[in-house]
Design a protein around this ligand. Sequence first.
Ligand code: PGA
Length: 693
Amino acid sequence: MNKAKHKLRWLAVNVCRIVLAVTFVFSGFVKIVDPKGTQYKFVDYIQAFGWEAWVPEFVPLALAISLAVFEFCVGINMFFGMRRRFTSWLYLLFMLVMTPLTLYLWLTNPVEDCGCFGDAITLTHAETFIKNIVLLLMSWVVFRYFRLMTRFISERNQWTISLYSIVFGLILACVSLYRLPVFDFRPYHVGADLKAAMEIPEGLEGPVYETTFVMEKDGVREEFTLEDYPDDTWTFIESKTKMVSEGFIPEIHDFSIILTPEGEDITMNVLADTSYTFLLIAPHLEEADDSNVDRINELYDYCVEHQYAFYCLTASGDEMIETWKELEGADYPFAIADDITLKTIVRSNPGLVLLKNGVVYNKWSCNTLPTSDQLNAPLEQSLMGRLQLDSRLMVTLRVLLWFLIPLRLVVFADRIWVGSKLYKRMKHRKKINNLLKTRKMRKKIVAGNWKMNLNLQEGVALATELNEALTADKPNCDVVICTPFIHLASVANVLDTNIIGLGAENCADKEQGAYTGEVSAAMVKSSGAQYVILAHSARRAYYGETAEILKEKVNLALANGLKVIFCIGEVLEEREAEKQNEVVKEQLAGSLFDLTTEQFSNIILAYEPVWAIGTGKTATAEQAEEMHAFIRATIAEQFGAEAAENVSILYGGSCKPSNAKEIFAKPNVDGGLIGGAALKCADFKGIIDAWKA
Ligand code: PGA
């Protein structure tokens, strides 16, 4: 793909992703700050679908909070480019569910406003459907090319932000529920002039309604209007009112207060009152929280004392009002208002509103009602009586700070944690564990160790036979034969080094000089060999080769360009005492841990449990794998994950064609070091072929 096309795609993905993110953060946020509003919307849907009977009461609120926090968090994840595949998939899935659903709502119209942006933005069902189609297409683009989403936060910190946005969403929802919505998008917000919001501007018409009358005469029914209202020979049956022209509908058009039991409409009196009026709003007294009823009664006494009007507005019937009066000792007057209007005015049952001159001065939820301390002075002189106007900008800034400051702290804490030794150790462990689980591309090797067997002629014959067999049927692993010193030069002559490598079984721990009987690493190299076995258990046991001596040998071998097959392994008593790991680690550390990573890249390890060498007793594949994994983890700790990933670890000890396949199948076994079975061409080839499928 050319660069320009790629850039364009990147741009498209990132533009879509920002639009999607902002939409979800916004729609989630406006629901979070008004959980009750979202709850009412869910109740509307449940009622419209006739599901009230089988949906438990807590469900609408639980759904409201879950949906709000879900949208908010997915939006945040999308914005920062966190968990890109999962987030884009989640978004797409959500849109795939919501889009057909909104089409259904458009066609059936069970509830007027869909509620996707709470009270902040009201969309018709058609608009919502079109919006969802656009979001669906965008979320498909983002899902398809999620990798092109630029991250705004390092992968390391993403979990903190994900988790934090969930916690933040939940806490903000609870605060809004306990107090009142942090943002109030409704026409009754603090600072709203209710009178003005109810007026129809001059020159504009209000909605026009037509009332028709169904009348009956001699068994015939007909409809009449006021203009052609018939004479009294017709009997009135019913009247129907319908809106014939919408006209201008003021922001507030359903606010009326009817004093009970008098039946007097006191709406305008209340709104025109130049002093203070308290409205206790309790849409349904039967559901109202009465835990702070004493504060309400105290407040009423305070109002009587200072001559402020006080009404309890409810949509409950007379009987319930009487019960409330009796139970709660309420002396204040009651007035009837529309249930939905009351729920819109304040998101608490009961909630409290302070009006002056038709303007909303203050609002309280049932949990934050004024206390007696606050009621010790007339409102004219107290803070409570002042208009509590917070500009939207200030509130937005405050909420943003509430989000950002703790977020920074959480990220900071995460950085400290990430910098900690414990985390590093855990991460390292995880890396090693991953490394141990998969077989990498490191070399697969089968090496023969002839030990002190075969004379020169026999050795050359075996090498020739093996060379022919492997030339005819190429191995798919590296093959090495390690022979006694005197065989090396002759065997080198008969081997095709592209197929079979050659190695010695030992070399001296001195460079050169008066070491009668010894063979130096340089001499081995000069014979044509490329490998040398060191630290075989026989040499450790019978020739007293210590870790120090072996260290010298390893250094000299490497310095002379030989690859070292370094043997390690525990004896039976050590295994029985479950000390095998300890022993093997010590052997590695004693002779190899001073090497550089570069030098270590020329080491091949051979794990040979001494109790399995030449005894016919093989370690089980599981035992071998367990130890090989331990060896690799040890190497990772010392030389790093890459070195551990690349080092071949061979198993040795009674390895035969019959068991090689099972052992080699283990992810940390990279081949074998073969003794007895390397002395016969067919057996050795059988083991080599274990690498073939
Ligand atoms: P073995 O020997 O296969 O005969 O057990 C292995 C070794 O000593 O390398």
